[in-house]
Write a protein that binds this ligand. Structure first.
Ligand SMILES: Cc1cc2nc3c(=O)[nH]c(=O)nc-3n(C[C@H](O)[C@H](O)[C@H](O)COP(=O)(O)OP(=O)(O)OC[C@H]3O[C@@H](n4cnc5c(N)ncnc54)[C@H](O)[C@@H]3O)c2cc1C
Length: 453
């Protein structure tokens, strides 16, 4: 079957739904939209699919409205669903997933004379340019759909294990959890099992708390290159210190020095990070490629722990486990995965030394995260790159787009317009993985599509 659309949205996570909501609000009734996604819970994606109430948002509820022009929308939704949280509180991610789904349903239900939206549950497997000025996608279900405008909302894939588990016998491999978002593995963990977690970011904290909620009481060893864990939001957040990007130096070392200096002038360093937040995209765009690469090489782990903070009570619960010795951090580089006497053995080189150390555990969980959005996780993107419909970002931060999020691909001939939304555009914007940024980007992209007719 071949179907033609004005706009095709590829993806079924938050970005796709944010784009779709804006399309419903802005397109005329005559327009036809297709949303193609392989995720059973449209709108939830990896982030908001969790069923565990303890998995919380790391952005206060007051900044999580799906619609930037209605900032109280999420807080109002929470109240009307029996969760009277304030704008500064941190809601659960499962509630957020329901809110996103409800918001879309509300728009689909209410709008008189709205455009047609077809939700197609399938994977987009390939893409070609058509002479009819469209881009056509082959779908996993055998259909083909073509669109004059396409918005790629593919998110980022799960990180793969940093080393192959070659030394682990097949029977023990089921104890290596490569995708911790399939929470079913938690039911197989015995209370006293030793767990080794690779990676020490937000996903690690989620998994530690989920283990506890499932009755796990054993030791948890966390291995990451620097052994740094996310910091917490303050119970009483300080007022952000406004930062004028134009006054900052052009180099990463100069910027860090200036920010450290500013931190010494305030009672809480979070004031500086929060002041930088609205200016981060502009700051990134001012940096040369050399400085961006330097940031990724040297400053990224520090940036992540200060910038992507957890809710204060989540932080307190996690810190207790660190202080009582339940969670132990190790800084080093994983060298190999093996097994001995029925247990998994992770060998690593201790940071800043030549010493090789080992962690022995019953379970190994890959939480090495998703901070970079390359294209290797996606067969569709790899094929589009091969056909020069997209060009990968030189630093591995998704694909090349311009300031309007339109894909830059000089070899493409079709006049069909191709955009990307979300982490795939990190090379252009850097700060584009969280809701407060994506919702604005989604609105701007749709305005651009509508304005060009
Ligand atoms: C655990 C976690 C917690 C987070 N917490 C927060 C938070 O508290 N606040 C915040 O602001 N942000 C948070 N984030 C950031 C989060 O990434 C964004 O909020 C948002 O969910 C990203 O959505 P997305 O649609 O861009 O990507 P994703 O959610 O990854 O969705 C991409 C979708 O595309 C689909 N897809 C991929 N390839 C194809 C294909 N070929 N064909 C069809 N469909 C395809 C996938 O199945 C998936 O459904 C969190 C992220 C994670 C992982």
């Amino acid at each position: 079957m071949h179907l033609a659309y004005d706009v095709i949205v590829v993806g079924s996570g938050f970005s796709a739904i944010a784009v779709t909501c804006n399309l419903i609000e802005q397109l005329p009734a005559s327009a036809k939209v297709a949303v193609v996604g392989d995720d059973p819970g449209f709108g939830r994606g990896t982030a908001y699919r969790t069923e565990l109430y303890l998995h919380r948002l790391n952005v206060p509820a007051g900044r999580m409205s799906l619609l930037p022009h209605q900032p109280d929308d999420f807080v109002d939704w929470l109240k009307s669903h029996g969760r009277p949280l304030q704008a500064g509180d941190f809601a659960s991610r499962s509630d957020y997933g329901l809110y996103v789904r409800d918001t879309l349903a509300r728009l689909l239900r209410k709008r008189d004379g709205r455009c047609r939206v077809d939700f197609i549950k399938a994977k987009a497997a390939g893409c070609v340019e058509r002479y009819s000025s469209t881009l056509a996608f082959h779908l996993g279900n055998g259909d083909e759909i073509a669109g004059k405008n396409v918005v790629l909302c593919l998110g980022v894939g799960n990180a793969t294990l940093p080393v192959a588990p070659d030394g682990v016998p097949p029977l023990l491999r089921s104890r290596i959890v490569e995708n911790p978002w399939r929470l079913s593995w938690l039911r197989r963990v015995a209370p006293s099992d030793a767990v080794c977690i690779l990676g020490s970011g937000l996903t690690m904290i989620d998994q530690v708390l989920a283990l506890r909620a499932h009755g796990h009481a054993g030791k948890i060893d966390v291995l990451s290159r620097r052994g740094l864990a996310p910091l917490g939001h303050a119970w009483k957040p300080p007022a952000p210190l406004p930062i004028d990007v134009e006054t900052l130096p052009d180099t990463i070392s100069g910027i860090l020095k200036t920010l450290r200096g500013k931190s010494r002038t305030v009672a809480d360093w979070r004031a500086v990070m929060d002041g930088l937040r609205p200016a981060t995209q502009a700051l990134w765009q001012r940096l040369s490629s050399k400085e961006r690469a330097r940031f990724l090489r040297h400053a990224l782990p520090w940036w992540n722990i200060h910038r992507h903070r957890v809710a204060p009570d989540v932080f307190d619960r996690f810190e207790k486990l660190v202080l009582d010795g339940t969670v132990r951090f190790h800084a080093g580089f994983l060298k190999s995965l093996g097994a001995e006497e029925g247990r998994l053995v992770a060998s690593y080189r201790v940071r800043a030394t030549r010493e090789i150390a080992e962690i022995r555990a019953d379970w190994l969980v890959n939480c090495t995260g998703m901070e970079r959005a390359g294209i290797s996780h996606s067969p569709l993107l790899k094929e589009m790159s091969r056909f020069e419909l997209i060009v990968p970002d030189p630093l591995g931060l998704g694909i090349q787009v311009d300031a309007a999020s339109e894909v830059i691909a000089p070899s493409r001939i079709s006049p069909a317009r191709l955009f990307a939304v979300g982490a795939l555009t990190a090379g252009q914007f850097w700060e584009i993985t969280a809701v407060p940024d994506i919702r604005v980007q989604a609105k701007v992209v749709v305005e651009e599509i509508v304005s060009r007719g």
